[in-house]
Design a protein around this ligand. Structure first.
Ligand code: G4P
Length: 524
């Protein structure tokens, strides 16, 4: 197979959902199709179920599991499918945002009884920013579900995207009889089953066969509903889907492996192949000869005695080859990787080459930071990996005077991994950790102790937001800095950050300093 064909056959995507909608179950069923696993239950959920009081061992265990399930690749029908896993827990939302920068499309799973939930809404905002193509899978139709038309309206308004059903449910819960595939005009009858897959039968909507199979009344309702669908929704347009404007919608039950194959088949047919990546200097096309890639995730090793990490690199262009020297752009240094890994289902193995769309795991001893670019020599900086303005803040102090060095190193490395953000207060010189979720503070404290032998102490800091500031009006910027000297910090790259104590304070600052721009993500 030549280079171009290798690119064409790759499909790299993420499944996103609100916790418990069925993301893990759907992932597992897709892997079963790919023959990547053979029994249900093989994929462990990459989520931290405990929310209020977190159990450290649980966090550690989850971290270990999420390495294995970070990327799941499998071959199906000539395609190479790469599923990128995202953490379910909302405190790890930043991880998810970054993972979404490495995919070409997403499948959103929605619980048919719960509709669109908060986490889905937030994740969808990121997809919208990037115009990522979206397919929706409405799951758990074997349980009493909301009216499908109401669900479609809700998806459309809550997620701000057009919808087009490509399959239609016949009843739900105990009365769930199956789905009618509008794409192929075929009927899939439902039998609760966790392992086997039902074949669809071609049954015309008007045929008597339909009445025979699902009963007169269900057949009548189905005919009416399909007529309404055809009246309300325009025909499905793949181009609109690829632009992120319309999401095809499927109904099914992941747990019962129902509707999953139709989803997969349609996905393979319409989902985008690897797309161009945007760098500060230029757009990078996947089929360029030279290799480029960027780090979107760093995972620390489970074994505290070996501080090795794995940097997850998305291949943007060219062929990645084992043992070849590549340039680490930020450090301006050549690095060779003798044991790059790829991920097939729940296994990790050393690979010799990788193509655009693939994710390569590079063993790392501390060279990489999130967002770093790797190339064959070109100075290129990929965009799209912003830090978001954190919402929770604490001062972090050293609690063991003998271990100051270890603490500083530990904090630096954890920040490189993107666990949280570090700011230095310009007024008192103290270090501030900013996060999007409370769990991160515990993770940091635990990991500093167990991986670096350092003890930290937190002190609460009540802030509304930290935002990046810039201005073309140097005089006004200086005036702002003079007036707000107690509320200024620098981020890890030395950029100015304003620490607003309240929404009101931020509003006042915006009003008083009209020529200053306040940014809520680090990329502007
Ligand atoms: P998540 O990754 O999105 O958080 O969800 P996950 O797949 O773990 O599914 C959450 C729960 O919903 C699981 O039950 C799972 O079995 C169930 N589920 C998933 N798909 C369906 C479906 O189509 N129908 C029904 N009825 N249930 C479904 P659990 O009890 O939390 O976990 P488990 O003990 O079954 O693993």
């Amino acid at each position: 197979m030549d280079f171009k064909q290798e690119i064409e056959r790759r499909r790299t995507f993420a499944i996103i959902s609100h916790p418990d909608a069925g993301k893990t179950t759907l992932t597992e069923k897709l892997l079963l199709f790919g023959g990547a696993i053979h029994v249900a239950g093989a994929v462990k959920s990459n989520k931290i179920k405990k929310t209020a009081t977190s159990d450290f061992m649980e966090i550690e265990k989850q971290r270990g599991i999420s390495v294995a399930t970070s990327v799941m690749g499998f071959e199906y029908d000539g395609y190479k499918v790469n599923i990128l896993d995202t953490p379910g827990h909302q405190d790890f939302a930043e991880d998810t945002f970054r993972t979404l920068t490495a995919v070409d499309s997403v499948i959103i799973v929605i619980d048919a009884a719960k509709g669109v939930e908060t986490q889905t809404r937030k994740l969808m905002q990121v997809c919208r920013m990037r115009n990522t193509p979206v397919i929706v899978f409405v799951n758990k139709m074997d349980r009493p579900a909301n009216d499908p038309f109401d669900l479609l309206d809700e998806i459309e308004s809550e997620l701000s995207i057009g919808v087009r059903p490509l399959s239609w449910p016949i009843g739900s819960g105990d009365l769930f009889k199956g789905v009618y595939n509008l794409f192929e005009s075929s009927l899939y009858l439902y039998e609760p089953s966790k392992q086997t897959v039902q074949e669809g039968v071609n049954v015309g909507l008007e045929s008597e066969e339909l009445d025979k199979r699902i009963g007169d009344s269900a057949a009548e309702t189905l005919r009416e509903e399909v007529e309404t669908i055809n009246g309300v929704y325009t025909e499905f347009d793949v181009e609109e889907y690829l632009k992120g404007k319309v999401a095809p919608v499927f109904f099914g039950s992941a747990l019962n492996n129902f509707g999953v194959r139709e989803l997969l088949h349609c996905f393979l047919k319409i989902a985008p192949k690897p797309q161009p990546s945007h760098a500060e200097e230029r757009d990078v096309q996947p089929d360029e000869n030279k290799f480029t890639g960027f780090v979107f995730k760093i995972h620390a090793n489970m074994d505290p005695n070996h501080r090795n990490r794995i940097a997850f690199v998305k291949v943007c262009s060219g062929k990645f080859e084992r043992g070849k020297g590549y340039k680490h752009v930020r450090l301006d240094k050549e690095l060779k990787f003798s044991s790059p890994t790829a991920f097939m289902a729940d296994k990790k193995s050393i690979i010799d080459e990788a193509y655009p769309g693939d994710i390569v795991g590079l063993p790392d001893t501390g060279n990489f930071k999130i967002g770093d670019s790797v190339s064959e020599g070109e100075k290129i900086h990929f965009r799209g990996l912003p830090s978001f303005s954190p919402e929770l803040f604490r001062y972090i102090d050293n609690a063991d005077p003998m271990k100051a060095k270890q603490l500083a190193k530990g904090i630096d490395q954890l920040m490189d991994e993107g666990v949280a953000q570090l700011f230095v207060h310009q007024f008192n010189g103290r270090k501030i950790i900013g996060t999007v979720g409370a769990l991160q503070f515990e993770v940091i404290e635990y990991r500093l102790l167990h991986e670096y032998g350092a003890k930290c102490r937190y002190e609460g800091l009540s802030l509304y937001k930290a935002c990046w500031i810039e201005s073309d009006d140097e005089k006004e910027l200086q005036e702002f800095k003079k007036r707000k000297v107690q509320y200024l910090a620098k981020d890890k790259d030395g950029r100015d950050v304003f620490l607003a104590e309240s929404g009101f304070m931020l509003q006042m600052a915006q009003q008083d300093f009209k020529n200053i721009r306040f940014h809520f993500s680090s990329e502007f």
